[in-house]
Design a binder for this molecule. Structure first.
Ligand SMILES: [Mg+2]
Ligand SMILES: [Zn+2]
Length: 273
């Protein structure tokens, strides 16, 4: 077992769209969604829209069918499978909901790669309506983080994970502004992989010194696979070397990879095409 925990955002990181928007758009509720967006928190709105979707005669099967068609880059599933096969522990931290995520992971046949999914609860009630509730009960126990939406502070999830894993290394991947808080929680020796050109990347670029983890950007599924497997390979060879006390030249080079330069390094692991 590698001493590596890889934590993934879900929307626009594992899949290549926002699953909430995808379901709303595909089932024809975009106008209603946009009308109501300014009147309530996103998470509350998704629960409300699910009520509308149900009342217009759409079944849970209809929602699942739409979820099974979400766009995903062809290298993502192989990347996840390889990371899992190398002994990394994979977890998800997402502001989507459990029903959407489990449905998609099951369809992709990668459910078993993940040991933990941290997200907004989602369940089908007795009437066949999908109910979505907040991860944090923000009325009874607000998380108090000014960076995050009231329903979920991903940084709080990362802090809990850090308490569980002692000296394992964390790699965090995400795209959205909600992925900034957890990026700030990572420590020296951890790695953050922000998606280039997306909100978390913009936020990190404003002041990279606030981030203690090494920063390695990626653009698409191919870049995600290449960068993630290179980082895992680097950490695992460091682990091997730490049995002897010598630090190899490769480790020193590895430590100096900058955000801008990281794409220039070739992948260390063979990537099956
Ligand atoms: Mg995302
Ligand atoms: Zn937060």
């Amino acid at each position: 077992m590698a001493g590596i925990v890889v934590v993934f955002d879900f929307d626009k990181t594992i899949i290549d769209c926002d699953s909430d928007n995808w379901v709303v758009d595909e089932l024809g509720f975009t106008d209603l969604f946009n009308q109501l967006l300014s009147t309530m928190p996103w998470n509350t709105l998704m629960d409300k829209i699910m009520e509308e979707i149900h009342s217009k005669g759409n079944t849970i099967g209809d929602i699942a069918e739409v979820l099974n068609c979400v766009p995903i880059h062809p290298r993502i599933v192989p990347a996840l499978r390889t990371a899992h096969a190398l002994g990394c522990e994979l977890r998800i931290v997402s502001d989507a909901n459990l029903f959407f995520i489990e449905t998609i992971l099951r369809h992709l046949r990668i459910e078993e790669c993940f040991s933990e999914i941290n997200t907004n609860p989602g369940y089908v009630d007795g009437k066949g309506r999908l109910r979505i509730s907040p991860y944090h009960d923000f009325h009874r126990a607000p998380h108090g983080c000014p960076l995050c939406p009231p329903n979920m502070c991903k940084g709080a999830v990362i802090s809990r994970i850090q308490g569980q894993i002692s000296n394992k290394k964390l790699i965090y991947l995400g795209d959205g502004s909600g992925d900034y808080c957890p990026s700030l929680k990572l420590g020296h020796g951890d790695y953050v992989m922000p998606r280039k050109g997306f909100p978390v990347w913009d936020l990190i670029c404003k002041n990279p010194l606030l981030v203690k983890a090494e920063i390695h950007e990626w653009t698409d599924g191919e870049g995600l696979e290449r960068t993630l497997l290179r980082l895992i390979d680097g950490i695992m060879s460091e682990e091997d070397n730490s049995d002897g006390s010598l630090v190899s030249a490769a480790d020193c080079k590895f430590q100096t990879i900058s955000m801008a330069a990281n794409e220039a390094f070739p992948p260390v692991l063979p990537v099956p095409q």
